[in-house]
Design a binder for this molecule. Structure first.
Ligand SMILES: [Zn+2]
Length: 350
């Protein structure tokens, strides 16, 4: 790429540069350039990317590897004083934060996503504390609340249609049920990363229409996976499942969602969440904040150990993580009755 703006280039220059790349038709090179610029400008740095090491363990019950990391990079930051929100911003991810005091090196890229009917303005930015390399956030241009349903599925699929090497992960729209920033609609983006739930095998399949596959997964939390070549299938059936699930206990239930591509298929994975099922008290010393989508997908993030030795976590990670899963699961995924709310019959002999 020529004419790459220097590390102090203002937003205007970045926008012009990235738009030129986007005009050639692909979104992923734009995201790559934004990532490289963010490294040049030290918005993110080598230390942040390399400090958190990911560890894995195998669990025979699910025939899956689960992973965890201790988030050292973020810990240092939280101790510092946070600057006040810039003028016009209503929260930490509002667009006004870009280039503001304390976030001088934050640059964004504006794009439109197609919803069920209309296009909506979004923007992309790097997260300041990446859990993985090329960890971006896709944020609604308006300060509008999270809402899991047809529109968020359609917008997510619109994005993945343009960036097939990314996995889109969505926190939820309900506190203590896999939420992060509730007041402002946004999605997490991970580059070429398969989270454990994406490798989970089906427990059984439901009878659905031709071209659409609906499966319950062998996983510590109840998860429904929909796959189809047709995005409209996922919008229609995914939102139907979310609405039905929410109705089983209004105000308490919602989902965490992953949207990604596998060859010609679009995949929509829904993790069923309930705000009444939280971290058990004896595990809160390891992690007291809510459990978000990345953890629900099997990749855990812990703050640096305080008040207990790190070995306690690393030597017992399997039992500790199993305990978290058990605490937040709304029903035992092996109990097929839990899926009775679905509008499909179970397929025989799968
Ligand atoms: Zn906001």
């Amino acid at each position: 790429m020529n004419n790459c703006p220097g590390p102090t280039a203002p937003q205007k220059e970045i926008t012009a540069y990235l738009n030129k790349i986007y005009e050639q038709g692909d979104l992923e090179p734009v995201m790559n350039e934004l990532h490289l610029w963010s490294l040049d400008s030290e918005y993110i740095n080598k230390d942040k990317l390399e400090k958190n090491s990911i560890r894995e363990f195998y669990d025979l019950d699910y025939d899956l590897y689960f992973s965890y990391q201790i988030n050292y990079a973020r810990a240092g930051y939280q101790q510092k004083n946070k600057p006040a929100l810039p003028e016009g911003a209503e929260c930490l991810i509002c667009r006004e934060n870009a280039s503001s005091p304390g976030k001088e090196n934050l640059r964004i890229f504006d794009l439109k996503l197609k919803g069920v009917e209309e296009e909506t303005d979004f923007f992309l930015q790097l997260t300041p504390f990446p859990l993985f390399p090329r960890h971006l956030v896709l944020i609604n241009r308006e300060h509008t609340p999270m809402n899991m349903g047809a529109e968020s599925i359609a917008q997510s699929l619109s994005f993945i249609g343009m960036a097939p090497h990314y996995t889109l992960c969505s926190n939820s729209d309900l506190e203590w049920a896999g939420a992060s920033i509730l007041s402002h609609s946004h999605f997490q983006l991970l580059h070429k990363r398969r989270l454990p739930v994406m490798n989970a095998s089906p427990l059984f399949e439901f009878d659905s229409e031709k071209g659409l596959k609906v499966e319950a997964l062998r996983f510590p939390l109840p998860v429904i996976r929909l796959s189809s070549e047709k995005r409209t299938d996922l919008v229609r059936e995914g939102s139907r499942i979310i609405d039905l699930w929410k109705k089983t206990a209004p105000g308490m239930r919602t989902v965490n969602m992953l949207i990604y591509r596998e060859e010609n298929n679009f995949i929509c994975t829904l993790v069923l969440r309930d705000s009444q099922f939280r971290t058990p008290e004896d595990l809160q010393k390891y992690k007291s904040e809510g459990i978000g989508v990345v953890e629900a997908a099997g990749s855990w993030i812990f703050p640096p150990p305080s008040g207990y030795p790190e070995e306690e976590l690393t030597q017992n990670s399997r039992e500790i993580i199993k305990g978290f899963f058990k605490g937040i699961r709304v029903f035992d995924p092996l109990d097929i009755k839990g899926y009775d709310f679905l509008p499909y019959k179970r397929k025989e002999n799968v």
